[in-house]
Design a protein around this ligand. Structure first.
Ligand code: NAD
Ligand code: TYD
Length: 353
């Protein structure tokens, strides 16, 4: 048996592959385009492990995906592959439209053809799990209840709009063609292997480098935070027992303002790696121009996943953020390779251009 993972060299995908193979011997075929966000160094511990088959390629390559499905006959596909950074989507939405919408469409076409030809158990047991975000629901006011699965879609950034479009395509392939899909909409993840363009790793890396800690606007925007391995366990639950055609919200019940996050990171660094001049890291905070169209608040109601599938997160924010800061302190070479871009040289050496 095997599963096909897309985007498994990125932040959540690589955590998922490591987590999966940490508790199962079922083979993982990992299809990743290795954009700037894909880093095979995340999977270095799997080198020589026959349970992990890496394939360098695009989910939008119908021929390649069809060949992989025919060759490996995976019982399920988990689609992580996407452009994922809101700020990048504001500077250049084109790649987001291409990967998150057009390439997802090609992936769905390959899956439709493959699944359509399956029979018996292989057909009835097959699943596509599409990994999405809470950002498709838009922005909440301070007193509004958290997003449930029936909240209307109201995406505000090119990133969230492109993810919303992919969710709609996935839904339509179930409704129209019967493709057995499940979709998860998760809140902000954090943890090991997080690319340091996103809030938490950026703050850790900048603080240690003595650089400013850029807080957008007033820093009072609220996000719900989930430790990445809890997202992985939620995906395993949904893959095992989720009902085809359903969507499941995933969240950590950890609403925090951005400023609270930055203060927490600074306090942990003060404790674990104090500045040489003895001053607190929070002195490095710099308020900068706000993100255009910045969503004020996300909050996720994950009760359906708990009620129907028995999932609950293992980490609190306090335990997860401490582990995360400690991981970045213990993995300075990983950070240095990402910052210098040398992880890409390794890929070139290994795979050619
Ligand atoms: P990431 O940017 O770290 O990784 C994305 C991965 O996809 C990279 O390895 C990249 O090389 C690969 N990729 C990009 N385009 C591809 C293509 N056309 N074909 C094959 N591979 C391609 O992203 P992430 O933070 O790990 O997010 C993974 C998924 O989870 C995304 O779909 C994202 O929308 C969703 N999500 C992320 C978060 C979060 O907080 N990071 C929260 C909820 C949902
Ligand atoms: P980010 O990690 O980019 O995730 P998302 O936009 O998908 O929620 O940002 C999290 C929050 O942190 C968001 O409100 C924007 C804010 N932020 C900053 O204030 N400064 C920064 O340098 C970054 C990257 C984000």
């Amino acid at each position: 048996m095997s599963i096909l993972i897309t985007g498994g060299a990125g932040f959540i995908g690589s955590n998922f592959v490591l987590d999966w193979l940490g508790q199962s011997d079922e083979r993982v075929v990992n299809l990743d385009k290795l954009t700037y966000a894909g880093n095979l160094e995340n999977l270095a511990s799997l080198q020589g492990d026959a349970r992990h088959v890496f394939v360098h390629g695009d989910i939008g390559d119908f021929t390649l995906v069809s060949r992989l499905l025919a060759e490996h006959q995976p019982r399920a596909v988990v689609n992580f592959a996407a452009e994922s950074h809101v700020d990048r989507s504001i500077h250049g939405p084109g790649e987001f439209i291409q990967t998150n919408i057009v390439s997802t469409f090609h992936l769905l076409e390959a899956l439709r053809a493959h699944w359509g030809a399956l029979e018996g158990e292989a057909r009835s047991g097959f699943r596509l799990l599409h990994v999405s975000t809470d950002e498709v629901y838009g922005s909440l006011g301070a007193g509004e209840p958290a997003f449930t699965e029936t909240h209307r879609y109201e995406p505000n950034s090119p990133y969230s709009a492109s993810k919303a479009a992919s969710d709609h395509l996935v839904r339509a392939y179930h409704h129209t063609y019967g493709l057995p899909v499940v979709t998860t909409n998760c809140s902000n993840n954090y943890g090991p292997y997080h690319f340091p363009e996103k809030l938490i790793p950026l703050m850790i890396v900048n603080a240690l480098a003595g650089k400013p800690l850029p807080v957008y606007g007033d820093g009072q925007q609220v996000r719900d935070w989930l430790y990445v391995t809890d997202h992985c366990s939620a995906i395993r639950h949904v893959l095992a027992d989720g009902r085809p055609g359903e969507t499941y919200n995933v969240g950590g019940w950890n609403e925090k303002t951005n400023l609270e996050i930055v203060h927490t990171v600074c306090a942990l660094l003060d404790e674990l790696q104090p500045r040489t001049d003895g001053r607190p890291y929070r002195e490095q905070i710099a308020y900068v121009t706000d993100r255009p169209g910045h969503d004020r608040r996300y909050a996720i109601d994950a009760r359906k996943l708990g009620r129907e599938l028995g999932w609950k997160p293992a980490e609190t924010f306090e335990t997860g953020i401490r582990k995360t800061v400690a991981w970045y302190l213990d993995h300075r070479p990983w950070v240095a390779n990402v910052l210098s871009g040398s992880y890409r040289d390794w890929v070139k050496k290994q795979y050619g251009d």
